[in-house]
Design a protein around this ligand. Structure first.
Ligand code: GUN
Length: 282
């Protein structure tokens, strides 16, 4: 057996195409704040700006030097919170050097109605409630769910195993799967026998950032694999899953690159469109 490849390029193109009319009507603007020059952030932000262009969304990349002070960053967040022309904005993480400690305050300070990353406590709390409250799902989990919907993969009644418990992927993803009727196991570095857990999965999601973590002997035949890992190596960007071997036993699998990455970007843009809709209603 060789798995169906779940293409994030196809699924994100479909999602972006479905947003075009709304973008034209509502004319939202997305601002991406970057501090410093993390190479992975450079690449993610380029993809975000490119997708805004593809869908006709106004966008601005504010790129600050890594000498930026905490006060300067919070002054900018304050300005963006107040600027009526800015529909949504994100502060790309990681932040450099001393600013790394400021991330919790950054998350707290962004106006929830503009928090299109869905990282803040208000939007995460809404995610927890599910259903109509899930307006701004965290971008990556939102993109993963959109990909499953694109390929008509229903998680209701399935056993989903999520490896990784970060606030931006693992935890919100587990909640979104739970909201959709899945039985969810969340694994992390403290999990005693990871393979014993992953072998139970009907759907396996890995968001660790450790190439080769998930091997063929750790999955059951027919599993659906969503690889959220993106690690830059000398051999290019690698996911967490030993793709070539695992695709021989899985029924479906996302590639890296070209899987979850483009879905995260499309989901962010969808959140920005939703922010514009919400603003118009208010
Ligand atoms: N760094 C890596 N992924 C993301 C993301 O989705 N949003 C932000 N703000 N930073 C990131």
């Amino acid at each position: 057996m060789s798995a169906t490849i779940l293409s994030g390029k196809d699924a994100s193109s479909a999602l972006l195409a479905s947003l075009k009319d709304k973008v034209k009507e509502l004319d939202p603007k997305l601002v991406v704040v970057q501090v410093g020059n993390d190479p992975a952030s450079d690449s993610y932000i380029r993809q975000k700006m490119k997708s805004c262009e593809a869908v006709g969304m106004r966008h601005e990349h504010i790129h600050l030097p890594d000498t930026t002070t905490r006060n300067e960053l919070f002054d900018l967040i304050d300005r963006l919170n107040k600027d009526d022309d800015v529909t949504g904005f994100i502060v790309q993480v990681p932040l450099p050097g001393k600013l790394e400690d400021a991330v919790p305050d950054v998350i707290r300070t962004i106006d929830p109605s503009k928090d299109v990353d869905g990282f803040g406590p208000t939007n995460l709390g809404n995610l927890f409630l599910g259903g109509e409250f899930e307006a701004f799902p965290s971008a990556t989990p939102g993109g993963i769910i959109a990909m499953l919907e694109h390929y008509k993969i229903d998680v209701d009644g399935k056993h989903c195993v999520v490896v990784g418990r970060s606030n931006i992927v693992g935890k919100p993803l587990a909640v979104m799967l739970l909201n959709r009727g899945a039985t969810v196991t969340v694994c992390h570095r403290g999990t005693k026998d990871l393979a014993a857990q992953t072998r139970q999965a009907d759907l396996l999601f890995s968001a660790v950032g450790k190439p080769g973590l998930i091997t063929k002997d750790m999955v059951k035949p027919g599993v659906i694999i969503i690889d959220v890992g993106t690690t830059r190596t000398d051999a290019g960007i690698k996911g967490d899953v030993d793709f070539d071997a695992v695709k021989e036993v899985a029924s479906a699998i996302t590639p890296v690159p070209g899987g979850v990455g483009p879905m995260t970007v499309a989901s962010l843009i969808r959140n920005c469109v939703r922010a514009a809709e919400k603003k118009r209603r208010s």
